[in-house]
Design a protein around this ligand. Sequence first.
Ligand code: HEM
Length: 296
Amino acid sequence: MENQKTVTSPTPNGINSIDSMPRDLSELIKLSTQEVHERAENTEFMKGFHSVTLTQLKLLLSSLYTHYSALEEELDRLSSNPCLSPLCISRWQLHRVAALQADLRYHYGADWRNEAVLAVPAATREYAERIHEVAHSNPCLLISHSYTRYLGDLSGGQVLRRLAQRSLALPPTGEGLSFFCFPEVSHAGRFKELYRARMNSLELSDLARGQVLQEAQTAFLLNVKVFEAIQKMSVVPPPRSSENGALRNRVPPPRTHSIQSEKGPPTSSLSASPALRLVLALCFAVVTVAVGIYAL
Ligand code: HEM
């Protein structure tokens, strides 16, 4: 296989056995993030994306705006760094910030900048801070963040766009969902191949390579935390117990209750109405007195 190099290791009897394992960064990173990818796929938020709500979509787009602003700011600043420049060649085709700004303006209106930034969960800010932090301490680790977001969005973006568009009845022309479209990428599959080839061309020491793999797992986990936070923020809390009581007084009793009443003793409806009992007692007293007077 083109992507694999052979690694020889001595066997106990002294004969070299040939273990083959992927050596290309693109293969290694895919393998090492397989488990966290599954975790991201299986978050409640992702699994429920077919019925995504507007609140959730707005929180997602606001979070993505925060992440991509950090990532693209750092990639622009570091575009001549040798471990990033091959990936930065095509950054104009990938840049997401402008598309996200358009989407946020569509959903939040003119004041989107204040509203969207204020809306994001703490996990979103944590992710953006991590991007800035590694950009300053070890810029090669931006390979991991670029891979996780850009290849992920190129892989699943179209499906997510269709699901959101259907769930929220957004215009089929794509307004409000521009983030998911890459108009400068004519063929996502071929583009991803090119991106992988550029990743494989990077000259990294074994130590740096290991750090990149580790950071890719961190990037996935940071995404998982954001999804979990969005899911939590967008769930409507159940009514408090006092509200529960008030609600019970407003809603009609469940059908089973009325069936039980129908079958129950006839006094059951009286016991529920002291006013009715009083009226009946008065009537009874009046009739008794009238009968007494008549008897006299
Ligand atoms: C329901 C959720 C998801 C599904 C169903 C899904 C599915 C897929 C599929 C089928 C591929 C392979 C595409 C191909 O080889 O052309 C892929 C690739 C990828 N996905 Fe996801 N994905 C999901 C969520 C995510 C998330 C949340 C992230 C990251 C934040 C992500 C990051 C990636 C990356 C980086 C790749 C490229 C893998 C590679 O070729 O090296 N995915 N995804």
